[in-house]
Design a protein around this ligand. Structure first.
Ligand code: GLU
Length: 383
């Protein structure tokens, strides 16, 4: 195998050389139904996870279902998602049952489960992110199977992932995984709503563009999870930027992992960025979720940024979102592709007044001495 061989097909997800570390995300609707936990289904899935471990792969599970399980026990309506307080209480109750179940079923294969409950801030703060990386690495080296969920009981509205799709992608980054498999209740991404006639499953996606985003439906099919295709595409974007492959497959079928890997029924999002270790910090910056706005730039600016230049106002064609000076923003090309993340030297209003204008005009527009760039190259990461 060539040294720089890369994962490029669904079958590669089962290749311990191309994919030594795999994150598997399991949605709420797969784990819980009206009767409670779907134990038989989970028993089969765990058997597939045990096979992956036997093949020599590290497996990390990102498991939803705490809110759904807890809501049943506490008899909360709307599946525990009627209010943040309900979700927090439900998660606190459900998480015990959920991790107990994983520990028991993995244990039956001689595997040790390890629970990690993470918040958004744990992965957005660089120091805490590195702590999470260290813990995950140690657990995997010790042969355990980390079972991860969001710490829903303490997460508040503004500082939560809210869906485990993006959590799974960020965990994959932290764990330096090679691929993520999102198991859901759909076969993958269709070119239009799957219920429409003629809808086609996309086997491979290279780059999450506006065209791809337009194909996504925001609602979770089951109404039980908070995902839906939009959060899956956001997860795919994070993974793609970090050089990690991501597949969306249907967990409602028998042997769902084999169905994805052997029958190839799924959508595979191919990674884009290089995975050099030196790029780890850039990947973390590039994968930041809390971007406050967007600067859309012309082709000349795309070229200049690619050559290492700072972003100047002359190359900006549109400003989106509300952000302050120093906030992280996305820089997008005209086709909607995010090409960079950076820390902006101006707030959104100033950017809007400067866009398309030459540097010589800035002082007159702003009424004060301008800064040399809108985003300085030292504060900019190509993604
Ligand atoms: N963390 C939530 C739970 O355990 C699930 C979030 C999601 O639906 O993606 O219930």
């Amino acid at each position: 195998m060539p040294k720089n061989a890369r994962l490029s097909s669904l079958a590669d997800l089962a290749d311990a050389k191309l994919c030594p570390r795999l994150v598997i995300k399991v949605g709420s609707a797969l784990l819980v139904d009206k009767e409670g936990p779907r134990r038989a289904w989970l028993t089969d899935l765990v058997a597939e996870i045990a096979q992956a471990k036997k093949r020599g792969q590290d497996v990390i599970v990102v498991s939803s279902g705490a809110i759904a399980l807890g809501a049943r026990k506490l008899k909360l309506d709307k599946g525990g998602r009627g209010s943040l307080a309900d979700a927090q209480a439900a998660a606190a109750v459900g998480q015990i049952a959920l991790s107990g179940l994983w520990a028991e079923l993995l244990g039956a294969h001689g595997l040790t489960a390890a629970q990690l409950l993470l918040t958004l801030e744990d992965l957005e703060d660089r120091r805490r992110y590195l702590n999470a990386t260290a813990t995950l690495t140690r657990l995997l080296d010790a042969g355990a199977v980390p079972v991860i969920n969001e710490n829903d009981s303490v997460a508040t509205q503004e500082i939560r992932f809210g869906d485990n799709d993006r959590l799974a992608a960020r965990v994959a980054q932290a764990a330096r995984a090679d691929a993520v498999l999102l198991l859901s209740d759909v076969d993958g991404l269709y070119d239009r709503h799957p219920s429409e006639r003629g809808a086609q499953l996309l086997p491979v996606v290279t780059g999450v563009t506006d065209e791809i985003r337009a194909m996504a439906s925001p609602v979770s099919g089951s109404g039980m999870g908070s995902g839906g295709m939009i959060s899956k595409l956001q997860a795919a974007e994070i993974a793609e930027l970090a050089g990690i492959a991501l597949a969306i497959g249907n967990g409602t079928k028998d042997k769902p992992i084999a169905r994805v890997i052997e029958q190839g029924i799924a959508t595979l999002f191919l990674p884009r960025a290089s995975r050099a270790r030196s790029a780890a910090r850039k990947a973390w910056l590039g994968g930041r979720l809390r971007l406050k706005g967007t600067l859309v730039v012309d082709a000349g600016a795309v070229r200049a940024l690619g050559e290492g230049a700072s972003l100047l106002a002359a190359g900006i064609t549109a400003v989106e979102g509300q952000f302050q000076r120093g906030d992280a923003v996305a820089i997008k090309a005209q086709d909607g592709m995010v090409i960079a993340h950076g820390l902006c030297e101006y707030d959104a209003g100033e950017c809007a007044s400067l866009l398309g204008r030459q540097s010589a005009e800035h002082a007159a527009i702003l009424g004060y001495a301008p800064r040399p760039a809108i985003v300085h190259r030292d504060q900019l990461v190509m993604v």
